[in-house]
Structure formats: C-alpha cells, structure tokens
Design a protein around this ligand. Sequence first.
Ligand code: ADP
Length: 228
Amino acid sequence: MSKPHLRLADVHRHYGEGDRTVRVLEAANLTVESGEMVALVAPSGAGKSTLLHLCGLLESPQSGEIEIVGQPTSKLSDRGRTQLRRSTVGYVYQFHHLLPEFTALENVVMPQLIVGKSDKESAGRAMELLGLLGVGHRATHRPAELSGGEQQRIAIARAAANHPRVILADEPTGNLDPETSDVVFGALKDLIRNEGAAALIATHNYDLARRADRIVTIRGGLVVAHEL
Ligand code: ADP
C-alpha cells in the first residue's frame, strides 16, 4: 500500500510553562490518505489553527512525528522543512491574501516560478487550475476586480499550483455568503479529488463539513471522529 499523504503520530503540542501551560495536543494521531478530504470542526480555542500549522510544518510539536508522503519531518533542519513545505503543502486561508498588484494568473504563476518552473509551464498550469475552478475567464483581472468567491477560488488555485500532496485550509469559506461558500467548497473538493491530495479543512459550517469524507474534532488533546 502507498504511504498516507499526511500522518501525525503521538503528537504533543503545548504552549507556555508551569501553571500557565496550555496543552493543545497530547499524543494525537491522524492519517489522511491521498484524495481524502477531512473536515475539522471544533470550538474556538480547541486547537484547529495549531493542528493545521503543525501539518503545514509552520510549527513543530514538542514530541511525536509528522510525516508528509511518508517522510518524517521531526529531524529536518529549518531549511529542509521550508523546502518540503514549498514542494508538498498548499495552504488556503480565510482571507485570500492574493497580491493586489498582480492579476489572478500572475498570483497563481508566482509560487511556481519560486520553485524554478519556467514561465510557460507555470502559465499553463495556472490556466488549467483557474479553468478547473471555474475562474479561467477572470485570469487577467486583479483581485480588487473580483468577487469574494472568485478571489477565494484563485487563492485555492494558487495553493494547488505546485501539485501539493497535502492541502490545508483554515476556514476557507468563513468570509463568504452561504451560496458562494457552497460553490467554493465544491470547487475545493473537486480539486482535491482531481489532484489526489490529502486535505484537512477547518470549518464552522456543518453543512459543508458533512460533504467531506469524514469529520474530526479535537478533544482531550486527541484528534477524534466527530459525530454531528
Ligand atoms: P483554534 O484555532 O481552534 O481557535 P488555536 O490553535 O488558535 O485554536 O489555539 C489553541 C489554544 O492554544 C488556545 O487556548 C490558544 O490560546 C493557545 N495558543 C495558541 N497559540 C499560542 C501561542 N503562540 N502561545 C500561547 N498559547 C497559544
């Protein structure tokens, strides 16, 4: 069997010391397979951002292992982590964070140029993704000329530009109206399936969470199945 794209094994993450220690994760485990979309639903302060940051190698656990496509990350240098993150992880935030002075196309091209792809290859991939996400006709527009749903679909295209094996999203529809949320979530789901990425999506929206393959929450320091 192929290795899961994302695996957390016995991960501990706490903040602070002594009486003021906040224990967010204690021996937490999670496995997400290729093409699987997992929704993360938990109250504010439960540790959703912490979990996503750990999966995205933006934070390190105090102990335990995080594997991306079978590669353990606990012993990597900062440089090694950054390289692995750039080549394997795509991140979508609640606010699109697109660069305002660049077009939609350029925003999706840029992360590809950073990893050394040619202009031509990058533009081809960007147009493919914008088309897949239903915003190909907006390629030459700047973010300010786009609707919230379009901006967010372009942010998803940017996150997927380098064929990430892991897609992480922190409230990707948190800023959108219900109908637009539905469209954006559907586009994200199609993309995950198409690309065979493993995805962990934090959301407060139960209707959307139900459309994921499964729903998890954080309880007692563990990542556990969430029954709605
Ligand atoms: P969520 O995303 O579910 O709202 P977070 O992951 O942001 O939760 O936070 C989980 C807990 O860890 C909270 O109690 C928060 O206050 C605490 N926390 C998060 N980051 C830090 C930090 N850098 N220093 C201290 N405490 C933190």
